[in-house]
Design a protein around this ligand. Sequence first.
Ligand code: UDP
Length: 486
Amino acid sequence: MALPKFMLIPPQPLDRYRALLGDEEFVEIERIAARARHEFSGHAIWHVSSTARGGGVAELLHSLLPYVRGAGIDTRWVVLRDGSDFFRITKRLHNRLHGSAGDGGALGVDERRDYEATLAVNGAHLARLIQPGDVVYLHDPQSAGLVPMLKELGVKVIWRCHVGIDEPNALAREAWDFLRPYVEAADACVFSRRKYVWEGLDEERVWLMAPCIDAFCPKNQDLEPAAVAAILAVAGLEESLADGTAPVYVRGDGSPGRVDRRAELLQEAPLPADARVVAQVSRWDRLKDPIGLLRCFERHLVDPRVHLVMAAPSAHAVADDPEGEAVYGSLARGWRDLPEDKRRRVHLASLPMNDLDENAAMVNALQRRADVIVQKSIAEGFGLTVAEGMWKGKAVVGSRVGGIQDQIVDGESGVLVDDPHDLGAFGDAIRGLIEDPARAARLGEAARQRVIDRFLGINRLAEYVELVASLMAPAQTMASRKAPTA
Ligand code: UDP
C-alpha cells in the first residue's frame, strides 16, 4: 500500500474577503487570526481525509484550509491510502449513516478487521510526522478508526462527521455502533447540524459547524457570460460561439487558467443557445437521486425549451466512491430508454478530473449557465452544491432533507420540496421558476446574501480557532466557548 499523500495548501490572503464582509467584520477576523498565530505557534493542525477531490469534504477543505494558512496557522492535509476492501466498507458506513442500506453487506468482525488493518498502516506513517502538542482533525468514517492510535501519541484529536440523518433508523445506528469505539475516544466531535449528533455522545465534546464555500476559488469566482459560454463549449455542452472569447478563469494559485478538456457526454446534441437550463451537479450517487430527477423531467417538464443537465465528476476518478460507475450505468440506460423528444433535452456530463481547477471552472460555468439549480437528494449531509448555486444568485430547488434545509429558506432564498420522492412537486417547483424569471431572480438575490452571511469559509475561521484553542489550552478556553448554534 502506498504512503498517505500530502496535499499542498497554497495560502490565500484573508484580505480578499475585506470588501465582501465590510471593514468592521473584517477587523474581528484579523483579531482572531492574530490570536491563533500566537496561541498555536510551534504546533501543527493536521487534517486527514480520504480523498483530495470529488465530493463535499475535499471541497470544504480546499475552501477553508488555504485561509487558515493565510492566517499564519500551520495547517496540513494528508489523504489516506486505500487498502483492499477499505472503501467498499467505508462507503457502506457512509450509506448507513444516511439511513440507507447501500450494498446491503455486513459490518461485522471481518469488516472491522479490514478497516482497522488499512488504518493501522496509514496511522503508522502519520505517527512519524505528528509531534506532541499538534492537533489532528479527522474527517468522516474513513478516518475515525485512527482516533485511538493518535491518542496514544499524546495528541488532541477532533473527529468531524460530515454526514448524518435527521431521524436515525436502525441502519444509521448500526454504523454508529461500528464507529463508536473510535469516536468516543476523540477530544471533540464536530457535526454539521444539531440533529446529526449521535445519541449517547458526551455533550461537552460536541461542536456544531456548518460547512462553507470559498467565494474566490475557481468553482465560485465571478465569470463573465462570454467565458461561461466558452468554457461550456470546450466541455462540449454548448455550441462554440464565433466571437473568439477564450475559456479562461483564474486558478487557485492566482495564475491564469484555461479549460482545454472535453467532458464525457451522453447527449444527442449540445444545448441550444436559447435553452432554459435545469442543472444538478453531484457525484453519481444513488442518494443524489439522478434517476428520480430523470423521471421527474420526463414526466413533468414537457416544455421543449427546457433542458436538464446532470453533471458529476467522472465516475472512475472519485477514489472513495466505488458505486459511481454502477449508478452512472443505470442512469445512462435510463437516458437511452427515453423517447427521442425527451432524450434530446437531457444531457449527462462526466467532468474530467485530471486538473481540479479546470473541473471546478466547468462546474462554475454550468451553475452560472443554469436558470434553475436542483438538488434532488434523498439524504444530504450538507449539500455544498446548494450553497454554490445560491452564491451565484440562482434559485435552487432542493429536497427538504439534511443540510439543504439549513441553507434554503423556503420561498425566500430558494424552494424546498417536502418529500424528496415527490416527482410532481419537484416538477411544479422547477416549472414555476422557469416560468417566472423575476421570482427566480428575487430568490437568487436573497440566496446570495444568505451565503455571504453564513456559509463562506471566512465565517468559519472564528469557530475553527475556538475549537482548536479549546483543545490546546482547555482550562482557559472551555469556559469562554461559544454555545454551538443551530
Ligand atoms: N463537484 C466537483 N466536480 C464535479 C462535480 C461536483 O468538484 O465534477 C463538487 C461540487 O461542486 C461540490 C461537491 O463536489 O462542491 C459535492 O459536495 P456536496 O456536499 O454537494 O455532496 P457530497 O459529494 O459531499 O455528498
